[in-house]
Write a protein that binds this ligand. Structure first.
Ligand code: PXP
Length: 245
């Protein structure tokens, strides 16, 4: 079974549009749990555009599944993670002007500094994950710095239109997943996934965990959080049955 972690950042985006107290990402997280997810993901951005520090503490306290904290490899964030001690920290690159995370971390160019963060995070028993593009050099670098897992960025795959290009990108994701698993890394994936495009990703045998946010929160506007999550779990299961090995 693939574990689904639902990212509730965009519940906070709606709340922050009015700087008020509703809707609550914590309540959305509890509804996602009721529908059967294995964990909750939140991204505490340096500009605090959606999730706030108090959300991280409250969600960590209230949920009964696992918290995956996405964050930039910045001192302030590392200190916060060490204090809060989520189940897992996922490092992502961050640029203030971007609308969403635009690409994976360049692990190759910062092996030393990322290794130091990895040591600090793992010393508290927190799992250490790296969000990277489907690129073998980045997979190899992630293994060298002894990450527990990699989350393969599916963003480009989800944006392509031409079937040939989609297949080429899927092949890059498959090869990266295979290489990572050979290195002993746990393999996760996410970004831009919806009920349809998730299926080919769920069919990749090495993938054990998915992080999905924007689409689920958007669907929840129409049908409620529990129904949106249930439909996503069904799509993942359909994809899983299409495994090729
Ligand atoms: N994984 C990472 C590292 C992300 O930054 C995001 C977006 O916050 C996601 C997964 C989820 O992407 P989406 O919101 O498009 O489902």
């Amino acid at each position: 079974m693939i574990r689904l972690f639902v990212n509730v950042d965009h519940v906070a985006t709606v709340r922050e549009a009015r700087k008020t107290i509703e809707p609550s990402p914590m309540k959305a997280a509890l509804l996602a749990e009721k529908a059967g997810v294995q964990g909750i993901t939140i991204h505490l951005r340096e500009d605090r555009r959606h999730i706030q520090d108090d959300d991280v503490r409250l969600i960590q306290k209230k949920i009964s599944t696992k918290l995956n904290l996405e964050m930039a490899p910045a001192r302030e964030m590392v200190d916060l993670a060490l204090a809060i001690q989520p189940h897992q920290v996922s490092l992502v690159p961050e640029r203030r002007q971007e609308i969403t995370t635009e690409g994976g971390l360049d692990v190759c160019s910062q092996e030393k500094s990322l290794s130091k963060i990895r040591e600090e995070i793992q010393s508290k028993g927190i799992l250490f994950s790296l969000f990277i593009d489907p690129d073998l050099a980045q997979v190899d670098a992630s293994q060298r710095i002894r990450a527990d897992s990699i989350e393969i960025n599916t963003g480009k795959y989800t944006e392509l239109v031409s079937p040939d290009e989609i297949e080429m990108e899927l092949e890059r994701i498959r090869k990266s997943a295979k290489r990572g698993a050979e290195h002993g890394l746990k393999i996760f994936a996410g970004h831009g996934l919806n009920y349809e495009n998730v299926q080919a990703i769920a069919a990749i045998p090495e993938i054990e965990e998915l992080n999905i946010g924007h689409f689920i929160v958007g669907q929840a506007i129409y049908c409620g959080m529990e129904n949106a999550v249930t439909a996503m779990i069904r799509s993942i299961e359909i994809g899983r049955t299409q495994r090729r090995n």
